[in-house]
Design a protein around this ligand. Structure first.
Ligand code: F6R
Length: 256
């Protein structure tokens, strides 16, 4: 039987998982501080703790962040950058601005996210691929996972060879994300621009976070199934340096 790469670490709580994820990213950054470090980011609830812990670590450090570049996975389409529900605003308020406020040299002009308010989604997608290429690729990509196994907004059926493109959100993603839109699923945009599976797999390292019982079923499938289109996150098993950090509720099994 073919064996795939997957390094699983299970932590007793969401807080612990978030702290360890922050430390992991911090250490990766230190290795490359003097050079350019391109960190891929995700949005969603799972990432909140990690981002807060990462900000805390940076605050305590005297690192220089002028070589830190950020690229986000996805953005709704169409959506104005000024819309409070856009991922652009979410990132600006909760990460880019706080990072700049640390006064360690980070500049928001080094933060990138797909352009959800462009005229032509195909051009916006191509431009985003170009941005990542010009940065020299992603050093470390952070990921969350949807309850049906999406990464970024690569829903079921996404090809292993997919690049940044316009996609249609699945009913389950719209349902899960309506909490950010006053609980009204009719307000959730039906489409998004997302890095593709191939774009994600080009990152040098990948760290996926998952917490809570609601992720248990998909994590079980992910551990068991070989890479396949019906479970886009399973393609991560084809990567040489992929790490899964889970809390015990997402893992489900008893820790020994
Ligand atoms: C969002 C993204 C999504 C989320 C996933 C999990 O940028 O990439 O794949 O990571 O939907 O979302 P949460 O963390 O809210 O459960």
């Amino acid at each position: 039987m073919k064996s795939y790469n997957l390094t699983l670490s299970v932590f007793p709580s969401y807080e612990e998982m978030s702290k360890r994820a922050a430390l992991f990213v911090f250490k990766e950054f230190i290795k490359k501080e003097v050079k350019k470090f391109v960190l891929g980011l995700a949005t969603g609830s799972t990432q909140i703790g990690f981002r807060q812990e990462f900000l805390k670590l940076l605050k305590k450090s005297s690192l220089c962040l002028k070589n830190l570049y950020l690229v986000n996975l996805d953005e709704y389409w169409p959506i104005k950058k000024g819309n409070p529900q856009s991922y652009f605003q979410e990132m600006k308020q909760n990460f880019w601005q706080p990072l700049e406020n640390l006064k360690l040299g980070f500049n928001q002009k080094n933060a990138f996210i797909p352009n959800g308010e462009g005229k032509n989604p195909k051009i916006c997608a191509l431009e985003y691929e170009e941005t990542i290429k010009k940065l020299g690729g992603i050093d470390l990509q952070m990921l969350g996972v949807g309850i049906e196994g999406h990464i970024g907004f690569n829903e079921k059926g996404s090809s292993l060879f997919s690049k940044t493109r316009l996609v249609t959100l699945s009913p389950s993603t719209i349902e899960a994300n309506k909490r950010f839109f006053l609980g009204n699923k009719n307000l959730v945009p039906k489409k998004a621009l997302t890095m593709g599976i191939a774009t994600i797999l080009k990152a040098k390292k990948i760290l996926l976070l998952a917490n809570g019982e609601k992720k248990q079923a998909i994590i079980k499938r992910l551990i068991k199934e070989p890479p396949n289109k019906n479970l886009p996150a399973s393609f991560l098993k084809l990567h040489k340096m992929v790490f899964f950090f889970l809390d015990k509720d997402a893992y489900g099994e008893k820790l020994t």
